[in-house]
Design a protein around this ligand. Structure first.
Ligand code: URA
Length: 224
């Protein structure tokens, strides 16, 4: 699918402008020196003291996966196990996320990059505070600029709200293609795996979301 076809496809889904105003070109290729940019980002996040969470974390958790991935999953923040191991989604919720990815033919580290809104664990797994998100979101934006995924899957309310700048109920954000950031990266919302562990009846809805995301991805990457 070329840039114009992609624009037409997203328009048909109800998205009126996927390119920045005045632009007719697809997103530029990743900048040269991407490896250096990743090294710099990794070092910066490791040493980050932008918010008080650096005092209570074991380590910052940047993300995991293929830096050339076409899919990006964004969750909320590291939990206890992630804080210990330094990798996102390695606890029970992570195991469910891996199953969800497998269900649509993906696997951790293969064409998927997994990251969170926050890089440091909030004590007691409380919700991130707005000032923590404001401090941390620039790191996620840099990750997205470096990876330039075809599609972002936002898992859960915290990811969806902070990426989209809305406070609508998660249910109302499902089943639609949103866009994130200046690159207007297509973004689909689904439930957080930790929520699905608590509410298994909603796994069926999450499966609908995953099939929807897979279809959107296929449309975006298939040449016609
Ligand atoms: N929940 C998240 O949102 N992210 C993780 O990394 C782990 C659990």
């Amino acid at each position: 699918m070329d840039a114009q076809q992609r624009a037409r496809y997203l328009e048909a889904l109800g998205i009126d402008a996927w390119l920045p105003r005045g632009s007719s070109a697809p997103a530029a290729p990743p900048p040269r020196g991407a490896a250096d940019a990743w090294d710099a980002l990794r070092a910066e996040v490791r040493a980050c003291t932008r918010c008080p969470l650096h005092r209570t974390r074991t380590q910052a958790v940047l993300g995991v996966g293929d830096p050339h991935a076409q899919w990006m999953v964004v969750g909320e923040a590291p939990g206890a196990e992630e804080d210990r191991q330094g990798e996102p989604f390695v606890g029970r919720a992570g195991q469910l996320l891996d199953s969800m990815l497998r269900a649509i033919g993906l696997a951790r580290g293969r064409n998927v990059y997994i990251a969170n809104i926050l890089k440091s664990r909030p004590p007691g797994n409380r919700d991130p505070k707005p000032e923590e998100v404001a401090s941390c979101l620039p790191y996620l934006k840099r990750q997205i600029e470096l990876i330039r995924p075809v599609l972002i899957l936002a898992v859960g309310r915290i990811a969806a709200h902070n990426l989209l700048g809305v406070t609508a109920a998660l249910a109302s954000l499902r089943g639609r293609v949103h866009q994130f950031g200046e690159l207007n990266t297509p973004l689909v919302v689904t439930y957080h795996p930790a929520y699905l562990l608590r509410t298994p009846a909603d796994k069926r809805k999450a499966w609908e979301d995953l099939k929807f995301a897979r279809n959107v991805f296929r449309e975006l990457t298939t040449s016609t």
